[in-house]
Ligand binder design. Structure first.
Ligand SMILES: Nc1ncnc2c1ncn2[C@@H]1O[C@H](COP(=O)(O)OP(=O)(O)OP(=O)(O)O)[C@@H](O)[C@H]1O
Length: 342
């Protein structure tokens, strides 16, 4: 996307960690921890769409939920409007809740089947505002029109709508209170490809018209590419690489990003550089490998990668990568592809 972005940071994530205890036995003794998110920092600019990608289980959803304080953090801060939202009291948090919303993956499961559409979309208005029923109804009509739904169908139930329409209902509800920041967690993953692009276009239009900022979570790299200004690639609870979307796609710097890109089925003209085959599966976040978490699967790994964890750092302007040997030089990708075959 080639929109002019502001330089103003809307939300800043500082060294966020989320560990889940692993409990065993009758006494639920804690025997370990799942390091779902392990020291991630990130600044999302006002009006930006930040795409977050990575394989299933790498911690994307957990990070999204912790940013919104739908889950507590084990450590770290999330700064919004000058305040750490993880230390706010409940009344202050309630004030900010309206600004921070989420759209879920499942347009079938996330809408209460017994509620009318007008009640589903109007619920946040009922809970958070002093609007009268007539005003709420008028706003519901306005919201339905804004997301491309026929407002005459507001007194129907979710099952009377298609998957794409249900996702529009979820979006209408998410924007009812004029939020500033929305986490879209796999918001189009459950939809057919043609419907996916319609919903993505809707989100892009709403962003322009309402000045929204998005954290857009997906494992499909293709989905993220068209909607995101910047992209972050997660691996086992860590951020592997962050950069402007097109730059990351055209020249991945982290071997993991390169491998993910090389596995996209549709040929990417900029990356006619062979397929990178990764060894093994994603290890458990309960017992991550030493040093660089990616080293057991990385065709480029050297001794240093086993011993020393790479910290994320800027290696080219605006391009951050957590790798001791980033693919900066010309031909690095091809070399890696060849090594992965060998
Ligand atoms: N409430 C929980 N209790 C224990 N472990 C959890 C909990 N929620 C998530 N996890 C674990 O944390 C890790 C990260 O999960 P998360 O759902 O954030 O990943 P993800 O990248 O969003 O994957 P997916 O795309 O499959 O949703 C996984 O190993 C998961 O099993």
């Amino acid at each position: 996307m080639s929109r002019q972005l502001s330089n103003e940071t809307l939300i800043e994530v500082k060294n966020i960690k989320k560990y889940f205890p692993i409990k065993k036995g009758l006494l639920s003794r804690v025997v370990g921890q799942v390091k779902a998110v392990d020291d991630i920092s990130l600044a999302i600019k006002k009006g930006e769409t930040f795409g977050l990608v990575g394989e299933s289980g790498c911690g994307k959803s957990t990070l999204g939920r912790v940013i919104l304080r739908l889950q507590s953090a084990s450590d770290g801060e999330v700064i919004y409007a000058g305040k750490n939202i993880h230390t706010l009291g409940s009344s202050e948090l309630r004030g900010l809740r309206q600004d921070l919303q989420i759209i879920f993956q499942d347009p079938f499961g996330s809408l209460n089947p017994r509620f009318l559409i007008s009640d589903i979309i109007g619920e946040p208005l009922k809970v958070h505002t002093n609007m009268k029923p007539r005003e709420i109804e008028a706003r519901v009509v306005e919201l339905m029109e804004l997301v491309g739904l026929d407002a005459n169908r507001r007194n129907r139930y979710p099952h009377e709508f298609s998957g794409g329409q249900r996702q529009r209902i979820g979006i209408a509800r998410a924007i009812a209170l004029n939020p500033k920041f929305i986490v879209a967690d796999e918001a189009v993953s459950a939809l057919d490809v043609s419907v996916q692009s319609q919903v993505l276009n809707l989100l892009a239009r709403l962003q322009r018209e309402l000045g929204l900022t998005f954290l857009f979570i997906a494992h499909g790299l293709n989905v993220v590419r068209h909607i995101s200004d910047r992209v972050g690639v997660m691996y086992l609870g860590k951020m592997a690489e962050v950069g402007p979307t097109e730059e990351v796609y055209n020249k991945p710097l982290h071997p993991y990003t390169a491998a993910l890109l090389s596995s996209i089925p549709r040929p990417n003209p900029a990356l006619k550089r062979g397929r990178i085959i990764l060894k093994g599966d994603v290890p458990s976040p309960a017992n991550p490998p030493s040093g660089c978490r990616f080293h057991p699967r990385c065709p480029m790994a050297k001794d240093r990668c086993k011993a020393e964890e790479p910290l994320i750092r800027e290696v080219l302007p605006g391009r951050q990568v957590a790798c001791h040997f980033p693919l900066v030089e010309e031909g690095a990708f091809e070399k890696m592809a060849a090594m992965s075959m060998g």
